[in-house]
Design a binder for this molecule. Structure first.
Ligand SMILES: Nc1nc2c(ncn2[C@@H]2O[C@H](COP(=O)(O)OP(=O)(O)OP(=O)(O)O)[C@@H](O)[C@H]2O)c(=O)[nH]1
Ligand SMILES: [Mg+2]
Length: 483
């Protein structure tokens, strides 16, 4: 909408809100810290604390100068770069001024205080992103992608997040489903409101169209479930009998002495987990208590947790101390445990490792296991075999990622958050109710509009269309101050 002097007019929906300020960079020692002001008075406030007049600063052009206490130019706080952005071409859609000052604790704190004394209000967590959402700069799923991008440990999740930020992939896919439901809703309402002019749409065709939406939503939920590990971290459980060398391998993979290692069997009594990044994916490595029948209550509980860890894991490493193997025959306990694990988790990638190869005197005793039964020799002490373990883990992750990418080609691979999945599941539940209603010829057609409205409500909540404050609060409260 052009104004009289041909300058575009944009009044952010948040124009009446106070101008907010927060540090956008982490607090602590750093070369540079960025303090962000956002709101209709951002330029005015910056003007009160800056050494140069800022009547109508050029958009996105840095200005060198000094920040001082409001209206006290002699009280210089720091030498800074000021970066103004004019609404709506800013992150929040409001006027924004970024102050790039020196990092550390003292200077950013003084700059923040100067901004507050000049009229700004300290921002709460997620306030900037919330304003960006309210001003239509982002949909709700994009706001959540920012959260993913900030918190992603592995690059794969950050790639999903960036893809959604750039191409609105989630909203793009779901808007198609939303339009399909709205079209059906419109046909039903038209037939109800104008029974003389509009024929009742054939029920079977409506059912089929709704069924198609349900299938698309289900397929999205299924593929999201397949990518959940990218968000949560791939769980790898290290299993085996006491003293097999599990904690030693755990520490070696982490490159830190995280678990206690002793020559005593039963050292690890509970599961211990730690995160690392492998092949661009966040991995949760779980060290477990040795699996064996035991009378000790504490150890027994540890064993139960280990079995549970195996169940919850996406991938298993099973370790056997090679010095207790004779004539290619595993100890009976290991044979039983492995058979049970493979029976219960036949699909899970499993790497079988024969440990402590450096102290194995009779190498011939394990050759059959290695060459015929797929066991990998390992000595963490000498480092032999460790690279193979890492390579196996990376190959396994790459294979999993490839299956994700294949689903991606089908156009439905999106890594939804649990909130988004919840909305989608609730939506399909309502659509199924609508289909049931349509199946029952004794029910009037308009009965189906009720679950359809509920389904649309869920989809709108997912996308952030007319979403209740309480839902927005729960999303934006996850953000830190300054974002
Ligand atoms: N020589 C040699 N000793 C090893 C190797 N790996 C582990 N050990 C030793 O084996 C003993 C047991 O190792 P842990 O890593 O504590 O075994 P664990 O499987 O975690 O045992 P629990 O916690 O009791 O279930 C320790 O004394 C380790 O130093 C290895 O590659 N070579
Ligand atoms: Mg241990």
């Amino acid at each position: 909408m052009p104004s009289l002097n041909n300058q575009p007019i944009f009044t952010p929906l948040t124009a009446d809100e106070p101008t907010i300020v927060a540090q956008a960079t982490p607090v602590g020692v750093s070369g540079v810290a960025v303090i962000r002001l956002s709101g209709s008075e951002a330029v005015e406030i910056a003007n009160k604390i800056f050494s140069k007049p800022l009547a109508n600063p050029e958009h996105a052009k840095a200005i060198f100068g000094y920040v001082h206490a409001p209206n006290q130019p002699e009280k210089t706080i720091d030498q800074v770069l000021l970066l103004p952005f004019k609404a709506p071409a800013s992150f929040t859609g409001e006027d924004v001024v970024e102050i790039h000052c020196h990092g550390g604790l003292a200077i950013p704190t003084q700059v923040l205080e100067a901004c507050q004394q000049a009229g700004a209000t300290f921002a709460t967590g997620g306030a900037f992103t919330r304003r960006a959402f309210i001003n239509g700069k982002l949909d709700l799923t994009q706001a959540e992608s920012i959260l993913d991008a900030i918190h992603a440990e592995g690059q794969q999740l950050s790639q999903f997040a960036t893809q959604n930020l750039r191409h609105k992939t989630v909203a793009g896919y779901l808007t198609g489903l939303r339009e399909a439901i709205i079209a059906i809703q419109c046909e039903l309402v038209a037939a109800m409101d104008y029974p003389e002019e509009v024929d009742e749409p054939p029920r079977e065709a409506l059912q089929q169209r709704l069924q198609a939406v349900v299938e698309k939503a289900n397929s999205l939920c299924e593929t999201t479930a397949k990518t959940q590990w990218i968000r949560d971290g791939l769980k790898i459980a290290i299993l085996g009998q006491p003293n097999a060398g599990k904690s030693t391998l755990f520490n070696a993979l982490l490159a830190q002495e995280r678990s206690i290692v002793t020559p005593l069997a039963g050292t690890t009594r509970d599961t211990v987990s730690e995160t690392l990044v492998l092949a661009g994916v966040s991995v949760k490595l779980v060290d477990t208590a040795g699996l064996r029948e035991t009378a000790d209550l504490v150890e027994q509980l540890g064993v139960e947790r280990s079995l549970e860890a195996a169940q919850l894991a996406d991938c298993l490493l099973y370790l056997v101390d090679s010095t207790v193997v004779t004539d290619d025959t595993l100890p009976a306990e290991d044979a039983t445990l492995l058979a049970s694990i493979m029976h219960h988790e036949p699909e899970k990638p499993l790497l079988k490792l024969l440990t402590k190869q450096d102290v194995l005197t009779n190498k011939a005793s394990v050759q059959g296991l290695i060459h015929q039964q797929g066991w990998q020799p390992l000595s963490v002490s000498s480092g032999d075999g460790l690279a193979t373990v890492l390579q196996w883990l990376e190959n396994m992750i790459t294979t999993q990622l490839q299956s994700v990418k294949q689903a991606n080609n089908a156009g439905v691979q999106l890594c939804l958050t649990s909130r988004q999945q919840g909305c989608l599941v609730a939506m399909t539940g309502h659509l199924e109710k609508a289909i049931e209603t349509l199946c029952e010829s004794a029910f009037p057609l308009d009965l189906a509009t009720i679950p359809l409205t509920d389904a649309l409500r869920q989809l709108d909540d997912l996308l952030g269309i007319d979403t209740a404050e309480i839902v927005l609060d729960s999303v934006f409260s996850q953000f830190c101050v300054g974002k």
